[in-house]
Design a protein around this ligand. Structure first.
Ligand SMILES: Cc1ncc(C[n+]2csc(CCOP(=O)(O)OP(=O)(O)O)c2C)c(N)n1
Length: 643
């Protein structure tokens, strides 16, 4: 019996692609094969490094199509957030380094100007792409150049004010610009808000299919520039989608779509037409994709596979490292639930991060008191201020680095009006693999300079519970508490936190000559350092300041008076706790008698992505860094202490 030989595996196309120019002549079949290879490459890389999975899988065809049609890097391609740019990295000369993604010394998990000429704009925070693209387009026009500028922005990122500010500006600038709205009907969690509902209406419109085909047919038929009559016909058809012009058209954009973002036959002609049109106009191409596309586990649970750790490619099983203690995020959520049970004025606000902040669990229990406002940190803060005006006790849970975006709202809408909004600031300090864009380095500096705000920095997860209870009890002014990413230290937790005396620290151990004044979760490293120093014959005093504001002035003065060396330790930038302690001591004349103060803080550079322990070691914010600082201050060699 003759056997049919097994089909010969297709030769890899990806092997031969070292830059986008290599795919400009590919046929649709080749583009399809390449896309599949890019997907596999991405799945395998992320299964080893962890990272953002769903978003990149969803834009694999779109990425290939964009690099096929546009002349990158001369044409500028800007990915919003940058978390979906893994296929883009694979195609733009970084394939070999994909397994270094988010590791120390490796590729960034986002786009980055210094990483590649194909990354014209760095990101990490959302909703900046249209602004940056418009700036580049206007810059191009001023220079008399003629490249294309394309921004790709998700439906989630479209919920931020900055995206509208940019569209409002772009629609009236008369500058040629392409915005691709990547609509996968997902943010990290399901998207919220009227824009999301509007996009769903666009898609579910009975004319969706016919319009989609019409767009395709038109694109096939018309050599650019589009014929005037046909353009009118297309506009008419597009108008039918929303019954008389889309919202985007009202904002001055030329709207094309919705088109199937997984189908090259639909994507290519539209992108080519947009590329070749000599209309000086802003165009919005509405592309519909599926998050996690091509990898069933990620398609089935788009939220869970948005960002992942390592996983088994075959089963999709996520590698859950054994937990030694609950995360700070989980403890915050638990503590807030405990408070909310006793006080129905407590409400919680998240800006599109329900799972990341632990407010998903809070929301399961108190759905009517939980608000996801979308990726809209500025609005979240002022919305919380409004709730406070009505006598509610808003807990606004925002990552430290994203709160940066809402600084004016914090200062002008909350603090200046003394409104008792409680800021729960997650991801304080260094965050590991997400790197500098997500590091919570500056909140103490930017909050600490505001009058009349209470700022707590719990040292462990039980202290976090107390901080939540304390914040719930502060009704006459704003308050904030900050806590890091990851697990606590495993300390026993109370059922409910206790209200702390405001502006009072605690002494952990009494010693002499050297005082270590810690703020936040570096306390564990300070304890190790104190142990090591004690074993070498030096017995330092160790205190936990608990509050960055108000300072425990009595404690600080006592430490200054009774010791020769004072070390402050914090997971924040210069301008934070140590700076405030120094300012206070200098004002009191406490430095005049020769006290040696050594403030340990984050350095004056952006700390690169790496694992957090390595990051802290690199900058000397661990036990051995603290020991060395003490010894240096005393002018003693390690060996001398040993003796
Ligand atoms: C200012 C800011 N807030 C929150 C985030 C966290 N974040 C990263 S991606 C994302 C969802 C983005 O959704 P979408 O734009 O639809 O992109 P998709 O992941 O669905 O492709 C969020 C909330 C962020 N990066 N920046």
């Amino acid at each position: 019996m003759t056997r049919t030989p097994p089909a010969k595996p297709k030769a890899s196309l990806l092997e031969g692609v070292s830059r986008p120019a290599d795919i400009r002549d590919f046929s649709i079949e080749e583009l399809e094969q390449l896309t599949e290879e890019v997907r596999q490459e991405m799945i395998h890389s992320v299964s080893i490094t962890g990272g953002h999975l769903g978003a990149g899988l969803g834009v694999a065809e779109l990425t290939v199509a964009l690099h096929h049609v546009f002349d990158t890097p001369r044409d500028k391609l800007i990915w919003d957030v940058g978390h979906q740019a893994y296929p883009h990295k694979i195609l733009t000369g970084r394939r070999e380094r994909m397994r270094t993604l988010r590791q120390g010394g490796g590729l960034s998990g986002f786009t980055r100007r210094s990483e590649s000429e194909y990354d014209p704009f760095g990101a990490g925070h959302s909703s900046t792409s249209i602004s940056a693209a418009l700036g580049m387009a206007v810059g191009r026009d001023l220079k008399g150049d003629n490249f294309n500028v394309i921004a790709v922005i998700g439906d989630g990122a479209m919920s931020a004010g900055q995206a509208y500010e940019a569209m409002n500006n772009a629609g009236s600038m008369g500058s040629r610009l392409v915005v691709i709205l990547n609509d996968n009907d997902m943010s990290i969690a399901p998207p919220v808000g009227a824009m999301s509902a509007y996009l769903s209406r666009l898609l579910s419109s009975p004319t969706y299919h016919s319009v989609r085909h019409l767009a395709k047919d038109l694109a096939h038929l018309l050599p650019p520039p589009l014929e005037r009559a046909a353009k009118r016909a297309e506009e008419y058809a597009r108008g039918m989608v929303s019954g008389g012009g889309t919202l985007f058209e009202e904002m001055g954009f030329y709207y094309v779509g919705p088109i199937d973002g997984h189908n090259f036959e639909h994507l290519l002609p539209v992108l080519k037409n947009v590329r070749d049109s000599d209309d000086a106009n802003a165009v919005l191409v509405h592309v519909v994709t599926k998050k996690g596309r091509g990898y069933p586990p990620a398609e089935a649970a788009a939220d869970k596979y948005h960002g992942v750790g390592r996983f088994d490619v075959v089963t999709g099983q996520l590698d859950k490292p054994k937990a030694n203690a609950p995360t700070y995020t989980a403890v915050f959520s638990k503590a807030l639930q405990a408070e909310a049970e006793h006080d129905d004025r407590i409400v919680a606000i998240t800006a599109a991060m329900p799972a990341g902040t632990g407010l998903d669990k809070f929301g399961d229990r108190f759905p009517a008191r939980t608000f996801d406002v979308g990726i809209a940190e500025q609005h979240a803060v002022t919305f919380a201020a409004g709730l406070a005006c009505e006598g509610f006790k808003p807990f606004c849970a925002i990552y430290s680095s994203f709160l940066q975006r809402a600084y004016d709202q914090v200062q002008h809408d909350v603090v200046l009006q003394k409104l008792p909004v409680r800021f729960a600031i997650d991801r304080a300090g260094l965050v590991g693999a997400d790197g500098a864009t997500h590091a919570g380095a500056y909140d103490m500096a930017f909050l600490g300079c505001l009058p009349d705000i209470v700022i707590m920095c719990p040292a462990d997860e039980a202290e976090l519970m107390h901080a939540v209870a304390t914040a719930a009890s502060i009704n006459d002014r704003p308050s904030a508490f900050r806590y890091p990413r990851g697990e606590g230290v495993g300390i026993e937790l109370p059922e409910r936190g206790s209200v702390l005396p405001i502006g009072k620290g605690r002494v952990i151990r009494e010693g002499s000559r050297v005082a270590i004044l810690s703020l936040g979760t570096r306390l564990a490293e300070c304890i190790k350092a104190a142990d090591e120093l004690a074993s070498r014959g030096l017995n330092p005093t160790l205190a936990d300041a608990r509050f960055m504001k108000p300072l425990d002035e009595e404690l600080i003065l006592r430490l200054a008076r009774d010791h020769d060396v004072l070390i402050t330790v914090e997971e924040g930038s210069v301008g934070g706790f140590g700076s405030h302690v120094l300012h206070f001591l200098a004002g009191q004349g406490a430095l005049d008698r020769g006290l040696k103060v050594r403030p340990l803080a984050l350095p004056d550079y952006f700390v690169e992505h790496n694992n957090p322990d390595t990051q802290y070691e690199e900058i000397g914010l661990n036990a051995s860094g603290i020991v060395s600082t003490v010894l240096d201050a005393l002018g003693q060699e390690r060996a001398a202490i040993n003796a």
